[in-house]
Design a protein around this ligand. Structure first.
Ligand code: KE4
Length: 427
């Protein structure tokens, strides 16, 4: 049916919205061509403005773990909407979602809800700096934690895709307090602890990095970080905005058996509506206004519609067999793609973390941004476009994760592998 309507809307959008999009990675810059303008989505399918349907593996960048427009989530949101959309006052819904969250993440004794992952990590950083009275922070090159100033230094995701990992507009006087270590390299972290003159408030890591593509922590790396933070009196912040509820019901920290001081959440916890959250040990969290001096606030924080979507999503995720199904679909898809690439003689590395994965067009395993950035992004672009032509909607960047959801059926997986068979031919 072509994509004429999307092209027409994009033309108009570009006059009114920078790049025609409200988040850069959506612009297809890394893969070429016009982005599709989506009209609706249901289950595993997404429909563009021209009426074309695709099997969707972006899943709204993680939130759509149950599939799009899950009937129970939608009906709960509709009921909540009838009662009003936002009060600017506390509701019991926030307490209910907090109970679910703290049960899923026992490392957290308290949680504060916000409206995005960026707000969650930005606020967690301020809290860590306020609690430790230190200014330095350590992040990992290629990891993305949202677009707050201190974290937009050598970032991943859209920043890496567009090749602007250090954004203009971040004051040098602030950026100098952000130190970038190499993921999976404890010595690179130790060297910063030993040399940073202002002292390090925290180390922030993605629970299972997905923003340089999926990169798995090597054995002992996460535990080593925790021990190093304890040794130097810094806080370990685990950013589980993406990994939370994706690796298991409880995130990477449960898989790696580590007890971070603070955890950041987003995406799934809002079930597709704007929710972020950050939480951790009581003695740290009680530093937050109004119980303490570290200020943080938000008009729509704890919004009743968003809380409702989050509560329904977490309730459904706790149903027996959920993660077995997610992992079975993910592994079937990944094993199939690996076999097709081998048969077609295309060197790929397939990195899997629970229900998210990345196909790196790379001859060597990818353990950090140093490896990821050597991937063949041109070949990825060709693969992406061919898959799209065959009805498979993948994240438009080599440096992103693919998300499998509960709504992906065996038939979807089969169709995706058929599309991969065609796409890898002569790639
Ligand atoms: P948001 O502000 O986009 O809700 O969350 C920022 C964020 C924080 N931490 C991690 C680990 C994240 O992955 C993200 C956001 N992820 C990207 C996808 N790579 C969002 C997509 C986009 O930027 O449009």
């Amino acid at each position: 049916m072509g994509t004429k309507k999307s092209a027409q809307i994009m033309k108009k959008a570009q006059k009114l919205i920078p790049g025609g999009v409200n988040s850069p990675v959506r612009a297809f810059k890394a893969v070429g061509g016009n982005p599709l303008f989506i009209s609706k989505a249901r289950g595993s399918k997404i429909f563009d403005a021209d009426g074309n349907s695709y099997i969707d593996y972006i899943g709204s960048w993680g939130p759509a773990i149950l599939g799009h427009a899950h009937p129970k989530v939608i009906s709960a949101i509709k009921k909540a909407a009838d009662k009003g959309t936002s009060f600017g006052a506390p509701t019991e819904l926030e307490v209910i979602l907090a109970e679910h969250t703290l049960k899923a993440f026992p490392s957290m004794e308290m949680v504060r809800f916000v409206s995005s992952g960026t707000e969650a990590t930005m606020s967690a950083l301020r809290l860590a700096r306020g609690y430790t009275k230190r200014d330095g922070i350590i992040k990992f090159e290629g990891c993305y934690h949202g677009h707050s100033d201190s974290l937009l230094v050598k970032a991943g995701s859209g920043a890496a895709t567009l090749g602007v990992p250090d954004s203009p507009g971040v004051p040098a006087d602030l950026a100098k307090h952000t130190y970038n270590a190499t993921f999976n390299d404890l010595d690179s972290v130790k060297a910063i602890f030993e040399s940073a003159p202002e002292g390090i408030a925290c180390v922030i890591m993605e629970g299972a990095p997905g923003n340089m593509g999926v990169v798995l922590p090597k054995d002992g790396f996460v535990q080593g970080l925790k021990e190093m933070c304890e040794k130097y009196g810094a806080l370990l912040i685990m950013d589980e905005v993406m990994s939370g509820f994706r690796l298991c019901y409880g995130g990477a920290q449960k898989i790696y058996n580590v007890d971070p001081d603070l955890t950041c959440l987003g995406k799934v916890i809002g079930g597709g509506l704007p929710v972020g959250g950050f939480g951790g040990k009581r003695k740290i969290m009680e530093m937050l206004a109004p119980s303490g001096p570290v200020y943080q606030a938000g008009t729509l924080s704890g919004n009743p519609l968003a809380m409702t979507a989050g509560i329904e999503t977490l309730k459904l995720l706790q149903k027996k067999g959920t993660y077995e199904k997610l992992f079975k679909s993910t592994n079937k898809l990944c094993e199939g793609i690996k076999a097709i690439a081998a048969r077609r003689g295309v060197p790929v590395q397939v990195a899997v973390a629970g229900s998210m994965f990345t196909v790196f067009f790379n001859e060597r395993p990818v353990a950090s941004w140093l490896d990821a950035k050597t991937s063949d992004t041109a070949r990825f672009g060709k693969y992406f476009s061919r898959m799209l032509k065959n009805g498979i909607y993948l994240p438009p960047s080599q440096f992103e994760a693919v998300f499998v959801g509960m709504a992906h059926t065996n038939e979807d997986i089969e169709k995706t592998l058929e599309a991969a068979e065609k796409s890898f031919k002569g790639l």
